[in-house]
Design a protein around this ligand. Structure first.
Ligand SMILES: Nc1ncnc2c1ncn2[C@@H]1O[C@H](COP(=O)(O)OP(=O)(O)OP(=O)(O)O)[C@@H](O)[C@H]1O
Ligand SMILES: [Mg+2]
Length: 261
């Protein structure tokens, strides 16, 4: 629909990914064979209970961590082929992160927070200024440009974080519970912004969340349970009936039990 490039190659391709965290007493298996494809211009939503592996999956796609097994390809780049230094550059330039706690720097203004990745890259100052102004306008915060985070609402802080995530024109925006710290009105504003990024600007966004209201904004939802994709919910098939989506989600999220035979 909005794939102007005509290319069918996915932005993200995760194949057979496993991840176990080392722990002094007992290793924790966070992902146990995950396959996932995200197409360009898609708003991909992954839902799952606490501990199901959502953040782990997002960290692997974003190059914050490496899988034990399996492959992660983002924008045609196999992340396993990157050195640690190259992976650092990949994180700064090719993906944009949005976190539940916003993760803005408290001593910097909104504009300075947005500009940070370009400043670290020592970009031209005029270029930084115009790109920052453009993005603050996009997220509706031109009038908050000189506000520090403690002088902004939670919803405003998250919009600054989204502008920062967009700065380098990344392959994908990866958002981990982006509305978890917001009331429902501010949360709806964030979802509306993600929808605009996808439908008007052709961006690709992946949101992981356990919030049922995600179903109002997604066309399909992948459900993660105990480190595996337990299934997918087609929202159109559910006729956008929130109760039906919730039932289907409960079935899938509880479907794979750790001690099942
Ligand atoms: N650094 C770590 N060391 C050990 N275990 C970890 C580590 N990070 C996560 N885990 C464990 O891995 C599993 C998956 O964690 P993950 O953070 O991916 O879950 P999640 O779905 O994002 O949960 P939540 O909704 O609570 O954020 C959990 O059992 C968690 O306790
Ligand atoms: Mg998490």
């Amino acid at each position: 629909m909005n794939d102007q490039t005509g290319s069918d190659s996915p932005v993200v391709s995760v194949v057979g990914v496993h991840k176990t965290y080392a722990h002094p007493t007992r290793p924790v298996r966070a992902l146990a064979g995950v396959d996932l494809t995200i197409q360009r211009g898609e708003l991909a939503v992954v839902m799952g209970a606490s501990g199901s592996g959502k953040s782990t999956l997002l960290h692997l796609i974003g190059g914050l961590d490496r899988p034990d097994r399996g492959s992660v390809v983002v924008g045609g780049q196999d992340l396993a082929a990157l050195s640690n230094r190259a992976l650092t550059l990949f994180r700064r330039r090719r993906v944009g992160f949005v976190f539940q706690a916003f993760n803005l720097i408290g001593t910097l203004t909104a504009a300075e927070n947005v500009a940070l990745p370009m400043a670290i890259d020592r970009a031209d100052r005029a270029a930084i200024r115009s790109r920052t102004a453009e993005l603050l306008d996009l997220v509706g915060l031109t009038r908050r440009a000189d506000h520090r985070p403690d002088a902004m609402s939670g919803g405003e802080q998250q919009r600054v974080a989204i502008a920062r995530a967009l700065l380098m024109d990344p392959e994908i925006i990866l958002a981990d519970e982006p509305t978890g710290n917001l009331d429902s009105t501010a949360g709806e504003g964030i979802w509306a912004l993600f929808e605009r990024l996808v439908s008007e600007l052709g961006k690709t966004v992946c949101v992981v969340t356990h919030e049922p209201r995600a179903s109002a904004h997604a066309r399909r939802i992948l459900v993660l349970a105990d480190g595996r994709i337990a299934g997918r919910i087609d929202i159109d098939e559910c006729k956008h009936d929130a109760a039906l989506v919730a039932t289907r989600y409960q079935e899938l999220a509880g479907a794979v039990r750790p001690d099942a035979p």
